[in-house]
Design a protein around this ligand. Structure first.
Ligand SMILES: [Zn+2]
Ligand SMILES: [Zn+2]
Length: 567
């Protein structure tokens, strides 16, 4: 695979997280030292039945020869789209790994790692905002930021080739629940020293103004819970420690008891409590066996299921499948989370069922029961002004968000040539205070069932959907047994594929792509169809994804022919 590194430059290679939401992972390399920033997963859309997780195929790092250079992975915060891929990373790289994160981040990663088994040693290093980590000639400085999970850091990556600033996920919350403030002084100080390249969170670029402080949610939750004469059920994300803290505090004030329902919620609560991130007054928490003994008007239930997930605690309650909890007319249900795009239908279904049961329902569109954890436009501008970067690359967003964020950088005075919008797999280089794209590599995605390592190789449903929507491509390669070279032309047959049937130019390009990918393979691999097939398939998949955002089923057929048969 084509991969270049020019000596004495800072190379930045996003493995995931740009041009898509999730799977955040970025490689930073200076000469023979590299670090990985974050290793996340992506959650599938509802149109990917049977798939629970999507992770990047990190073996690409072995393939391009940089895996041995990685001195450690530095994790910005404990959200799944930043830590969920850690076990897969460790397995794919097939070597011992050092992982750095703040205390809570390490707590969540430890929990993840316990669910997997490794042949290699994974060492977790607890670090804190204000620390500086040294990896050869790469220094990483950690600055505190605020977000929808506690203990988040932005990273200053200092190298002889220049300094990059990687924000991680953030909002500017000036009244954080834990009183640990956004490090404005640190940002300003680094801005003064000079930031050659800023990589910044693009999630909420389309939102005007400022994202409200998490504290405002507490005020609305308090008012709603105070007005209720019956039980209250709050659905929220299990990692949202501040939100849970606020509910617990309100429960104490209003003399109610709190019960948690949902495994992921119980897990993250126990990690956060153990590490001292959650202050729970005595006598507030109760377990689910006690629910029947608590008067309805003294009860708050916190559940998972804010996205309408059918197997979650909230969905089960609504379907009447839980012994302990039933919904009565007049109960209050609060969905204290943003509906992730793609989940609207499932969330609506739950809300409709709840209304049918004559419950009182509060959700983001009608009540102030949720605020985002990501910076809106004015906060993005603020950070930009503090850092005054010389070059800019938007991260953490679909192409749409990245393009808008790039436009904002131009509005802030950066010249067009100093702003780069990239896709996962693109290779950037910082040298002489300029950033440019030098190349790109293909990063495959893997579809995982459950939290385990079992991968769905051929998901019948997925293929069926792809066949019906995006069609089928069959490519046939004839390989000479003696010379390991291609014989004749690559044959391409398409069925149900919109663009191609008689597009000769496109066909020529596809053949060319296949031929090129084949020629990049090592000679000994070329005769092994099990080695050739996935490479050809992934080359074409990425070709169709990039060119026409299409995901046809790709079926490579490799036939070997005896050498003497050739003319
Ligand atoms: Zn994120
Ligand atoms: Zn996050």
């Amino acid at each position: 695979m084509a991969y270049n590194y020019n000596p004495d430059t800072l190379q930045i290679l996003p493995i995931g997280g740009v041009g898509e939401f999730g799977m955040n992972a970025t490689l930073y390399r200076y000469n023979d030292t590299a670090i990985l920033v974050d290793a996340g997963v992506m959650f599938p859309d509802t149109d990917q039945p049977g798939v629970n997780l999507i992770v990047p195929d990190y073996t690409v790092l072995n393939e391009v020869g940089v895996s041995g250079l990685i001195a450690g992975a530095v994790i910005t915060h404990g959200h799944e789209d930043h830590i969920g891929g850690v076990p897969f990373l460790c397995r794919d790289l097939d070597r011992d790994m050092d992982i750095y994160g703040t205390r809570l981040t390490c707590g969540f990663i430890r929990k993840r790692l316990e669910e997997h088994r490794f042949n290699h040693k994974v060492e977790l290093h607890e670090v804190a905002a204000g620390d500086t980590l040294s990896f050869g000639e790469i220094k990483v400085h950690l600055l505190r930021v605020t977000h929808s999970i506690v203990d988040c850091v932005a990273l200053v990556i200092e190298t002889p080739a220049g300094t990059a600033f990687h924000t991680g996920d953030f909002k500017v919350d000036q009244t954080p629940i834990d009183g640990k403030n956004f490090d404005f002084a640190g940002f300003a100080e680094w801005g003064r020293r000079g930031i050659n390249l800023l990589l910044s969170d693009s999630t909420n670029i389309a939102k005007e103004g400022y994202t409200l402080s998490e504290r405002t949610v507490g005020d609305s939750l308090r008012a709603i819970i105070k007005a209720s004469r019956q039980k209250v059920i709050v659905a929220c994300f299990s990692s949202h420690i501040h939100r849970i803290q606020q509910i617990v505090t309100i429960a104490k004030e209003l003399n109610r008891r709190v019960v948690l329902l949902g495994r992921s919620l119980e897990n993250s609560m126990s990690v956060a409590r153990q590490l001292g991130y959650l202050k729970v007054p005595a006598g507030v928490m109760a377990n689910k066996e006690e629910i029947r003994d608590i008067p309805e008007h003294r009860l708050i239930i916190i559940t998972t299921g804010s996205q309408g997930e059918p197997m979650s605690a909230l969905s089960r309650i609504v379907r009447g499948e839980t012994k302990q909890v039933e919904i009565y007319p007049g109960d209050t249900i609060i969905i204290s989370a943003k509906t992730i795009p793609g989940n609207e239908k499932s969330v609506m279904r739950i809300i409709n069922s709840l209304y049918r049961m004559e419950a009182e329902v509060h959700y983001e569109e009608i009540s102030e029961v949720h605020v985002s954890g990501h910076a809106s436009r004015e906060e993005l501008k603020l950070v930009f002004s503090l850092l005054m970067p010389h070059n800019f690359v938007p991260i953490h967003g679909d192409r749409m968000q990245l393009v808008h964020h790039a436009a904002l950088a131009k509005e802030m005075g950066l010249e067009r040539r100093r702003v780069a919008v990239v896709d996962s797999g693109d290779i950037l280089e910082l040298a002489g205070d300029r950033v440019r794209k030098i190349d790109s590599i293909e990063v495959n995605r893997r579809f995982i069932e459950g939290d385990r390592f079992e991968e769905l190789e051929d998901i019948a449903l997925r293929d069926r959907r792809r066949l019906s929507e995006d069609g089928l491509i069959v490519v046939t390669l004839l390989v000479d047994e003696t010379s390991a070279e291609l014989v004749g032309d690559v044959e391409v047959i398409t069925r149900g594929f919109l663009l191609l049937s008689d597009d000769e130019e496109e066909m020529a390009q596809i053949r060319d792509r296949v031929r090129r990918r084949f020629s990049e393979l090592k000679r000994k691999d070329r005769l092994n169809w099990e080695a050739v097939r996935p490479k050809i398939r992934s080359a074409l998949r990425s070709y169709f994804r990039k060119r026409m955002n299409s995901f046809p089923v790709v079926l490579p057929i490799i036939l070997t022919v005896p050498g003497e048969k050739r003319k």
